[in-house]
Design a protein around this ligand. Sequence first.
Ligand code: SF4
Length: 82
Amino acid sequence: MANKTAANKLNIAGAWYCTDSEDSNGEGCIACGLCYGAAPEFFREDDQGNAYVWKQPVTDAEISLCQEQLDDCPVSSIGKDA
Ligand code: SF4
């Protein structure tokens, strides 16, 4: 589950983030590869295969693409500030 206090330290600063696999609830990224496979301009993998936000989306199309990844993440570990 998205948890900004346990965000991956490689996330670029901004509203969107990925939750680290070491999230204290054990509910962070499971390195499934979905988000950085589908939207590599915005999500990348660290050396353990866990996702982080590489670039913050700006345009409506970019935000829509990132929202799809947020909605599809199997463990809901992608988050964004309200
Ligand atoms: S979709 Fe979710 S679980 Fe899969 S790599 Fe991205 S953040 Fe991690």
